[in-house]
Write a protein that binds this ligand. Sequence first.
Ligand code: PLP
Length: 461
Amino acid sequence: MSQSLRRMQYAVRGEVVMKADQLAAQGKEILYTNIGNPHQVGQSPITYYRQVLALCDLPAECGVDHPNVYDMFPKDVVARAREYRKDIGPSGTGAYTHSQGILAFRQHIAEYIQNRDGYKSYPGNIFLTNGASTAINMVLQGLLASNNDAVMIPIPQYPIYSALISKLGGRQVGYELDEDLNWAVSREELESKLETAKSNGLDVRALAMINPGNPSGNVMTHCDIQTLTEFCDTHGIVLLADEVYQTNVYAENSEFVSAKKVALDCNLKNLQLVSFHSTSKGLIGECGRRGGYMELHHIDPYVQSQLYKLASAELCSGVVGQLMTSLMVKPPKKEDASYKLFKQENDNIYNGLKERAEKLVHGLNQIPGITCVPAEGAMYAFPTVQVTPKAIEAAKEQGTTPDNLYALSLLEMTGICVVPASGFGQKKGRVGFRTTFLHPETLKAIDLFAKHHEQFTKDYS
Ligand SMILES: Cc1ncc(COP(=O)(O)O)c(C=O)c1O
């Protein structure tokens, strides 16, 4: 079988999670904080989206054309579903679509991007995909031609990058985000890692950035992004901008700025950029719908045609995911009957995330031996934990990492399931974990984190 597949690792569903599932099967109560999967941990779907989706799927006579439809659905929901049914065409939601996705939906996305950035966006450059994951896979597949081809990835990173690069037989070159500088990266760090890669005979094809950060939780400033866009522009490296958390910004002084906007603000004429977005995150959290898109910017038309061929070989992305993506970028308007409830539901989710992000980080920082940079965005806190030399020794003896040992001990003692930080990559010598703040019970976990840390330190002192 494929040795690249055997080498591939994906910590978010790795050893600690498997152990948690085992314990859960034995009846232990587990607080899953290992994965950004909001509905799995109790987040409710937003009514408007589900209503429109239902009316798109139902036969017309049971839905949009039913005589009592207005008793069950707000007027604007019915109108939107009718529009979508026209966009999809008479074959309905059960037929394959254009390989890049339904044109009208790509037009909605282009309008959204244009309003967000103030620069033109073209539906022809947009591909609807089964979540961002598929888009990332497609682009990496297009980029990696030999096992000397490399992709620069942030350390720490969301492990889909390391996993797919190794699956596709490419090489990863980590560039370190500086925890002391709110997880920013310097131009010096980028240049130095590129130099080393070149001297090792690697050909760096692309660089991935994640903003807002997973697992780091930082929201990049215009200036942080400029460092990356200019670096890629100078060296002819394709920039992969993972912006799936673009609406998950909680810190008062932070705002999301897209890599495309920065590139165009700075007039970078050569930068080749692919940006990703998803319906799995934000306040929607519909991970199971598998909706998302990528926008290609300044990508050579021949390369684009090859990506189109790849998309065609997969036929098309799921139609429900395509619908979800259009809904994400085209929510109800203020004057619509649905708006009040829509806003209320969105505000509830947002306020809950913001409150838990702040309180969780604050709580973690109160625990002697744990420090955590504020989670300005995304869905995660990524604390550093201090462990004793004995714990490091014990991990070595057991052939594991100190943070794996720590996470397993946390799980066994408290039932909290986190991901060891080594699964994302981290500075040598650092020990930590990633936890989400999605779960409504997140704040109750703070006490348990404290008790466990004290016990773990005692056990290995
Ligand atoms: C940074 C980042 N990119 C991409 C994805 C993939 O999301 P999806 O494929 O569900 O759109 C995730 C999921 O957690 C993520 O955190």
